[in-house]
Ligand binder design. Sequence first.
Ligand code: URA
Length: 195
Amino acid sequence: MPSDHHERDFPSFAALRAEALACTRCPLAACRTQVVFGAGDEHADLMFVGEGPGADEDRTGEPFVGRAGKLLTSLIEDIGLTRSDVYIANVVKCRPPGNRDPHPIEIDSCRPYLEAQIGFIQPKVLVTLGNFATKLLLDTKVGITKLRGQSHPFRDGAVVIPVLHPSAVLRNGGAALAQARADFVAIRRALANVS
Ligand code: URA
């Protein structure tokens, strides 16, 4: 995994947050209502990384609070945790207009914030939700359907577990939901192994 130690670019997690909240590094800054930095326990063993804020997140400033967020919350609760036990962030921290896919320049501009969040939090299990987070953090072109539900080595002994994005689960229904539940069982097992 390249680009280690971005947390050294920021004196503290609070400073990182403050800089991200005022960011104008990419064109998404011009169309956002607000930056969705991330939420949860800054010392969590388990961190989730989604794609980018949607309309509900852009309005509230919180990640995963819309329909996909409700599904994510229930999958987290199904493995005996709450949202406040984990940390939730996104690849891009500002909403792409009309929920389009984030562009490479937007992902590259925002990457130092995500890398620094990971550097400060030092999660033991990093769950990538969908293709964008998976491809970025595993530095791969392999798609989520091949990688999901398995532990992939990350830096400092941590693992990445890719899972289906909750929006894809909502779109695809029953079989996808069963796969997502199986992926969360893998998350619970990986957590039990590290703590
Ligand atoms: N989808 C994402 O990828 N992130 C959010 O925060 C909300 C929906």
